[in-house]
Design a binder for this molecule. Structure first.
Ligand SMILES: Nc1ncnc2c1ncn2[C@@H]1O[C@H](COP(=O)(O)OP(=O)(O)OP(=O)(O)O)[C@@H](O)[C@H]1O
Ligand SMILES: [Mg+2]
Length: 178
């Protein structure tokens, strides 16, 4: 049967007993205290919790922007901790799309250029990536704002630019923080 293949059985994400502490001078702030989470390919997961409970911290770990203090993180069966810097940035650039809580758009770039950037990092040719960025922005209803800078947009429009950018490299994993 099709769904019995080994790749179908393997979760996209497998967190086991993940801990994250921050050292603030003498004080150790324990934010994540043993998270176990398994996410399949194609699955939609909402992480909910009160402000300060560690949602963004967890998403930064999932997006390989930060490393856990303890525990194991398997992405497509590969131990993330063992990847070197090049492999990590490759994973982030190719496989993960991130919509940050505060969007993180580059203020000196236009809307179109912001969406092009991840594709530029992946070495896509200029005309191709402009076309794709334009199409993605059209999809999120911003086809008429391509030449605007982030500070000339509303909050919701900024968020939609960040969403278009997160989709630009057809990621396996989209992390949308709020
Ligand atoms: N770099 C840091 N150093 C020390 N403490 C930190 C650091 N980053 C986050 N924290 C603390 O970790 C806790 C979790 O923060 P996090 O941003 O993950 O919360 P959150 O669930 O995303 O909250 P919100 O809903 O407000 O976005 C908070 O109490 C925060 O003060
Ligand atoms: Mg947050």
């Amino acid at each position: 049967m099709l769904n019995k293949s080994p790749t179908a059985a393997q979760a996209l994400i497998e967190l086991t007993n993940i801990k994250k502490n921050y050292q603030l001078g003498e004080v150790e702030v324990q934010v994540l205290q043993g998270v176990n989470l398994s996410i399949e390919r194609g699955e939609f997961v909402a992480i909910m919790g009160r402000s300060g409970s560690g949602k963004s911290t967890l998403m930064n770990l999932l997006g390989c922007i930060d490393q856990p203090s303890a525990g194991s993180y398997l992405f497509q069966g590969r131990e993330v901790e063992r990847l070197d810097d090049d492999e990590l940035s490759d994973l982030r650039g190719r496989a993960v799309g991130f919509v940050f809580q505060s969007f993180h758009l580059l203020k000196n770039l236009t809307v179109l250029q912001n969406v092009e950037l991840p594709m530029e990092y992946q070495g896509m040719a200029p005309t191709l990536r402009q076309e794709k960025a334009g199409a993605l922005l059209q999809r999120v209803g911003l086809g008429h704002r391509l030449e605007h800078r982030p500070n000339q947009l509303s909050g919701g429009e900024r968020q939609r630019v960040a969403i278009a950018r997160s989709l630009s490299n057809d990621p396996l994993l989209i992390l949308a923080d709020e």
